[in-house]
Design a protein around this ligand. Structure first.
Ligand code: DMJ
Length: 447
């Protein structure tokens, strides 16, 4: 019902725009997708399909067939186009077998290739879909590329090669891996900024949250998607996790285990909402860890998820802030005004879903249900769901934005949390970082 409500309002007020503005009842286009439209349609497709919302799925499919235009000119984020559009189209193709999704994914994939034309082959973050020109984000230090951006292409690009028979996509991402393997890692950690010109780190900021997050996720998932053959990815994941455990995982005075950020050796005792996906990732990896580490990793996954849950329960809305801290007497709460917002993000329920599926401890379903109730109470407005500006104040002020990842991820993970384990079984599927399911063992990882 939540998904139907989110979709119906998007369709009524914003179909063809990228997101719905649920308070003003209109659409939002933004500047992340380079002139591409319908981000919410593409992100919602597989969720509608999985939830058996058949009529709504047909509406979305029709929009793709009739109105989804790839001949656009504008500045796109390579990462966002890949995870939302390519991921959404590929997943829907694999679920339905309908050619239109495959052909659009391949056509769009081709348009992303010029971004890799750099001295190292590390792509730049922004690409003009019309001209193929690419450049780095103005805010990224010294023209660098971002770890979580160029490190979050592997799953989709292997499928593009598999489906097209063209090895070029796989070659591009295997080259990224080569560069990463060559460069020296401070204390075994991967900093967030790398120069696409020299292939060396530009700054020593390490984070398992924003700017770093899905790079780690794609290492373990690359290995799983290859049906456990891509041992290089597994080793990179194992080594990275070991360094994270040693240098970033800390326990607060109140006994909460969290993952801090690292700035040239100095710890910033802050955990972003984005970092809360890591409980799920570590739980998934733990199942395949060597026996001597398995139990410790299982415990770590559960421990890391706990402050994320606390960040929700300690707020007045029972929704969690964008970032929470463990310093100056604070525990699992935002201390800065600018970090108090919640934009319908999925990472906390994502971890609940993995931990439920892997442990069957009822608390994860209880925690997920608390989120459902809080979303209904504070984020549901007359024409859709909206993010809120301050999780510590009720009634909350709304931000007038229904993010597309709310339909792709937050609602999908909640649905899967309450489904049987064989609905998109973790044995058969990996979820890309936008929660689009990709089948295991369909790729030739050696390409
Ligand atoms: C999503 O687009 C993806 O989950 C991405 O990896 C991180 N940010 C958003 C959701 O918060």
């Amino acid at each position: 019902q939540m998904m139907k409500f989110a979709w119906d309002n998007y369709k009524q007020y914003a179909l063809g725009k990228n997101e719905l503005r649920p308070l003003t009842k209109n659409g939002h286009i933004g500047n992340m997708f380079g002139g591409l439209r319908g981000a919410t349609v593409i992100d919602a497709l597989d969720t509608l399909y999985i939830m058996e919302l058949e009529e709504e799925f047909q509406e979305a499919k029709q929009w793709v067939e009739k109105s989804f235009d790839l001949n656009v000119n504008g500045e796109a984020s390579l990462f966002e186009v890949n995870i939302r559009y390519i991921g959404g189209l590929l997943a829907t193709y694999y679920l339905t077998g309908e050619e239109v999704f495959k052909s659009k994914a391949l056509e769009l994939g081709e348009k992303l290739l010029p971004a890799f034309n750099t001295p190292t082959g590390i792509p730049r973050g922004v690409i003009s879909l019309g001209s193929g020109m690419s450049w780095s984000w103005g805010w990224a230090s010294a023209g660098s590329s971002i770890l979580a951006e160029f490190g979050t292409l592997h799953l989709e690009f292997l499928h593009l090669s598999e489906l097209s028979g063209n090895p070029v996509f796989a070659e591009k991402v295997m080259n990224i891996r080569r560069v990463l393997n060559r460069v020296e890692k401070p204390q075994g950690l991967y900093p967030n900024f790398l120069s696409p010109v020299t292939g060396s780190w530009v700054q020593h900021h390490v984070s398992i949250g924003g700017l770093g997050d899905s790079f780690y996720e794609y290492l373990i998932k690359s290995w799983l998607m290859s049906d456990k053959k891509d041992s290089e990815a597994k080793k990179m994941y194992d080594d990275a996790l070991e360094a994270i455990e040693k240098h970033l995982v800390r326990k607060s005075a109140g006994g909460l285990t969290y993952i801090a950020e690292w700035r040239g050796g100095i710890l910033d005792h802050k955990m972003g909402h984005l970092a809360c996906f890591s409980g799920g990732m570590i739980a998934l990896g733990a199942e395949h860890a060597p026996e001597e580490k398995r139990q410790r990793h299982r415990e770590l996954a559960a421990e890391i998820t706990s402050p994320c849950h606390e960040s929700y329960t300690r707020s007045d809305t029972k929704l969690g802030p964008e970032a929470f801290r463990f310093d100056a007497g604070s525990e699992a709460m935002a201390t800065r005004l600018s970090e108090r917002y919640y934009i319908l993000r999925p990472e906390v329920v994502e971890s609940y879903m993995y931990l439920w599926r892997l442990t069957h401890q009822p608390k994860y379903r209880h925690w997920g249900w608390e989120v459902v109730q809080a979303l209904e109470k504070h984020c549901r407005v007359e024409a859709g769901f909206s993010g809120i500006r301050d999780v510590y104040s009720t009634p909350p002020m709304h931000d007038n934005m229904q993010q597309s990842f709310f339909l792709a991820e937050t609602l999908k993970y909640l649905y899967l949390l309450f489904s049987e384990d064989d609905v998109l079984s973790l044995e058969d599927w990996v979820f890309n970082t936008e929660a689009h399911p990709l089948p295991i063992n369909h790729t030739d990882f050696k390409a």
